[in-house]
Design a protein around this ligand. Structure first.
Ligand code: ANZ
Ligand code: ZN
Length: 876
């Protein structure tokens, strides 16, 4: 046969699949459903190789489940709102909408060239008004259900870009883009009440058995449940500003109370504000530390700083024990009560702090096996287990017992009508702020009326669409600058009013798209509940680990909110979750430090290893470390180039073969060429098999000889292993089995005389069966090649529509067994015999073993005991 020509074949099959719409799933399909979803892409303009991997993984599963008789839902859409469209508008003067839809068109073409079994009939972009209309409706539903609220929050405000910045966008107190000093502004914004579900979102993680443990752990940590104690410390009146008399703190370590050395409060704490009013130095300090921003990462790494307010707090167990109250930069107002007591011996931050301000430390927990008298803490806090020391009535207790004792005592102690201590569960999770001062997002459908305050846009006036005649000449929110868009009359009283000009965080858009895919045609509601309830949850969701926290948590919350407002009736959107690894590549750097792309270099392999040469000039370039593909280091490969030179099947096969899907895969041209050679090999193998198949009897032979049986066993063995491997997404293992099986088939063919095969009829029949199974086995991975091979084998219809082959289980039974061989009860080796072997044959085989002869040392055999299928013991 001629060489397989992917360039000619692939588009042809893609067109045919399309014309026949074979991947469109129908909502009234009576078969069991299977919903495969890969995280939908942001339409940046081009797909990158990571997308190819992501979608190939999902595609293998989707094609496999389809062949297994499921009604597979495998849709695709576009996560289309977001800042890059506005940046393009500013930099290139193209409208965000045009930019976005152009990108979608380009990327869709690229996605098609990969040969994915997608149901394009369900495609939408989140920037389509027909999508965000329903999102606005759900916002209003959530508002009515108390799940959306307006809240005043301190936010990072960039005065040059005129926008709120996320904590991560504040670098050294300056805006990441503008470089302007960021201000803390109290602003009203919309929040989703995700914290109403903190406990539930945490507990339900236990039931998500088909999620990676690491993702569940990340979610647990993000939700951050901690059990602790609220303690009201009395303040020493003589040192305290008028109007203040106590300081409430939250601690998870009440057991360490006798190791307390200081109190610390947040710069935003009311007590700090009151103290600063009378102390200009303190006010200056507070202004200073606020500049570094409030991101956790900044706070964790910034040097601990404090300012002694002069205020003293009274220890709850000893009225004569006074603790200094500091304003400190590592205490956050948003967590607990914004105040702590510091126990330096057992908390690293506290220890760093006291070491800086010379406040000393007293250890109160002593590790098992340590002498309390000699146990001292200098630079490293001890946060492990142990027994209480230096702690009066707590001495000798375990940490747990001491926590309980402190809680009990303080709960029952009353000061001014309230208990001094109160047990509390705290969550790190905050409500989800969704307001963004951005044009290219889903408008928040409310109107601000001077008389009626916040008025929801009536349902029948949805969607609130984005105006298209916007200008980006001024910094800030183009919606806000638009001359007419925001000016409306109040739906309630008719007075002059203004629209909300904030748009929703784009994470909202991606928090329910999976539900919309179940019925994207519904014009009147976000979902058709009967359909959504049947098609959801997503059986297998696949995406990058970078979305393991926020996107998945928001989606889990939003699904609950949709349940509460009647749009679906399940709580968990994703029954199975898989996080794929990245595609990584070597980096190449010229002597002047500039990076060059892999396409520009040639790798030479010689005696001294690998060398990279810049093709244009012949100069040497340094081979750098293997890293995530990135534009800055130029170590990217373009999927278009790969598909143009090797075909999509090769790219798919390579992505699947080289490492387990959850690990990084190193892109390597050499290995891609290997995959390309394998494609040609399969093509030849199937063509040769087809020649033999022509001579095969039509009816299944009654008996098979050893050779045919061996081939049939290899075929059904591979079928079994690949089937269960795909179910578990162990694709690289599946590919290894396919290769092995292809080898077995080649060996049989090599025995026939070419060109006229002279194989026995039952062998020809087995070859035909084997080749058919082989093609089906690789069809989920290399669907184009498989379709072409299907034709060659004379099969009718498309392999993409064929049922998965039936496994003949009796061919899987091993026909030999391995028994342990003992001499006088001691293991000396093993022996493999036919499963049907008689005891006499087994005895003979065992006594012939060199190891047995040696162990007997010439002594006569007294008895041989055979434990069927397990052990043979020779007694000498
Ligand atoms: C005393 C103590 C002693 C603490 C000790 C820890 C170790 P998680 O587990 O994250 O809930 N803390 C409380 N509120 C804080 C705030 N607003 N900003 C910064 N830190 C705060 O952490 C709870 C612990 O973090 C609390 O327990 C408190 O310090 C600190 F050996 O209290 B601990
Ligand atoms: Zn009004």
């Amino acid at each position: 046969a001629e060489r397989y020509n992917a360039r000619e074949s692939e588009p042809r099959w893609q067109r045919l699949w399309d014309e026949k719409a074979i991947f469109a799933s129908k909502n009234d399909d009576p078969r069991p459903k299977y919903y495969v979803l890969e995280m939908f892409p942001y339409p940046s303009g081009r797909i990158h190789i990571g997308h190819v991997r992501n979608y190939t993984l999902g595609d293998v599963l989707a094609r496999f489940m389809r062949a297994r008789g499921y009604n597979v839902l495998h849709p695709m859409g576009w996560d289309a709102f977001g800042l890059p469209a506005e940046n393009a508008a500013i930099e290139r003067k193209v409208a965000p909408k045009a930019w976005t839809y152009d990108n979608i068109a380009a990327m869709k073409k690229q996605l098609r060239s990969i040969g994915l079994s997608l149901d394009w009939s369900r495609e939408f972009a989140t920037c389509d008004p027909s999508y965000y209309k329903h999102q606005q409706k759900m916002f209003l539903d959530m508002l009515r259900a108390g799940l959306a609220e307006r809240e005043k929050r301190k936010l990072n405000w960039d005065p040059v870009d005129m926008t709120v910045l996320a904590n991560e966008q504040v670098i050294d107190g300056r805006g990441w883009r503008s470089g302007a000093v960021v201000e803390q502004r109290e602003m009203s914004q919309w929040v989703f009440k995700i914290t109403k579900y903190s406990q539930e979102l945490l507990e339900a993680l236990d039931g998500l058995e088909r999620w990676p443990d690491k993702v569940r752990l990340m979610q647990r940590n993000w939700i951050g449940r901690s059990e602790g104690l609220l303690i009201r410390f009395a303040l020493d009146a003589a040192t305290t500003p008028a109007g203040e008399s106590e300081l409430k703190i939250f601690t998870t370590r009440p057991d360490t109370l006798f190791g307390a050395k200081f109190m610390a409060i947040s710069a935003d704490h009311p007590l700090a504000v009151a103290a600063a009013a009378k102390n200009p130095k303190l006010a200056e300090f507070i202004a200073d530390i606020k500049k570094i921003g409030t991101a956790q990462s900044i706070i964790d790494t910034a040097e601990k700083q404090g300012f002694d307010t002069g205020i003293k707090a009274v220890h709850p167990f000893d009225p004569s024990w006074k603790l200094p109250v500091y304003v400190a930069n590592f205490v956050l107002m948003e967590y607990g009560t914004g105040a702590i007591f510091g126990c330096p011996a057992h908390d690293q931050r506290d220890l760093d702090f006291v070491n800086k301000y010379n406040l000393g430390n007293v250890p109160v927990v002593c590790p098992e096996g340590q002498d309390p008298k000699t146990f001292v803490i200098t630079d490293v806090a001890y946060d492990g287990d142990g027994r209480m020391i230096n702690s009066r009535f707590l001495d000798g207790m375990t940490i747990e017992a001491a926590k309980e004792e402190v809680a009990k005592r303080l709960e029952s102690e009353v000061r001014g009508n309230a208990p001094v201590g109160e047990r509390q569960v705290n969550f790190r999770l905050r409500d989800w702020g969704i307001s963004r001062q951005r044009y290219w997002g889903c408008p928040i459908p409310v109107i601000h009326c001077p008389k009626c305050d916040v008025v929801p846009v009536p349902d029948d006036q949805l969607p609130v669409t984005l105006p298209e005649d916007v200008s980006f000449d001024k910094p800030g929110n183009a919606l806000d600058h638009h001359p007419t868009w925001k000016h409306v009359s109040c739906p309630k009283c008719g007075a002059k009013a203004v629209r909300e000009t904030d748009t929703m965080d784009t994470f909202v858009d991606s928090s329910w798209y999976f539900a919309r895919f179940t019925d994207p045609w519904n014009e009147t509601a976000p979902t058709t509940p009967a359909v959504a309830n049947r098609m959801m949850p997503v059986d297998q969701y696949i995406g990058g680990v970078e979305h393991a926290i926020l996107h998945l948590l928001y989606s889990r919350f939003f699904t609950r909110a949709m349940k509460a407002t009647g749009h679906v009736d399940m709580s968990e959107p994703f029954a199975g979750m898989f996080t794929q690894g990245m595609v990584v590549h070597e980096t190449y750097q010229k002597a002047d430090g500039s990076w060059v792309t892999p396409a520009e270099v040639k790798i030479e392999v010689g005696g001294n290893g690998r060398r990279a040469v810049l093709m244009a000039t012949g100069e040497d370039v340094a081979i750098g470390p293997i890293e995530k593909m990135s534009k800055s280091k130029k170590n990217t490969v373009d999927p278009d180039d790969i598909i143009a030179s090797y075909g999509a099947d090769v790219a798919r096969w390579f992505m699947l073969s080289d490492s387990p899907p959850d690990r990084d895969v190193i892109w390597s041209d050499e290995r891609v060429q290997g995959a390309s050679r394998f494609v040609q090999r399969l093509w030849r193998l199937v063509n040769e098999s087809a020649e033999i198949a022509k001579t095969a009897p039509a009816a299944r032979p009654a008996t098979f000889g050893a050779e045919a049986l061996a081939l049939r066993k290899a075929a059904h063995g591979a079928l079994d292993k690949v089937s269960s491997g795909i179910e578990r997404l162990h694709f690289n293992v599946c590919l290894a089995h396919i290769r092995e099986f292809a080898n077995a088939l080649s060996e049989v063919l090599a025995k026939g005389d070419k060109p006229a095969p002279d194989l026995a009829p039952e062998v020809s029949w087995a070859v035909k069966e084997a080749a058919t199974i082989l093609v089906q086995l690789f069809s989920p991975m290399m669907p184009h090649l498989a379709e072409e091979c299907w034709v060659v084998l004379g099969q009718t219809g498309l392999v993409s529509e064929a049922d998965w082959p039936q496994i003949e289980r009796d061919l899987l039974v091993e026909d030999s067994v391995t028994l342990v061989v003992q001499v006088n009860g001691k293991k000396r080796g093993d022996v493999t015999v036919p499963r049907a072997a008689q005891n006499a044959d087994i005895e003979a085989a065992v006594l012939a073993l060199d190891a047995v002869k040696a162990a007997l040392g010439g002594k006569p055999v007294r008895k041989v005991i055979v434990v069927p299928m397990r052990i043979v013991n020779v007694v000498g």
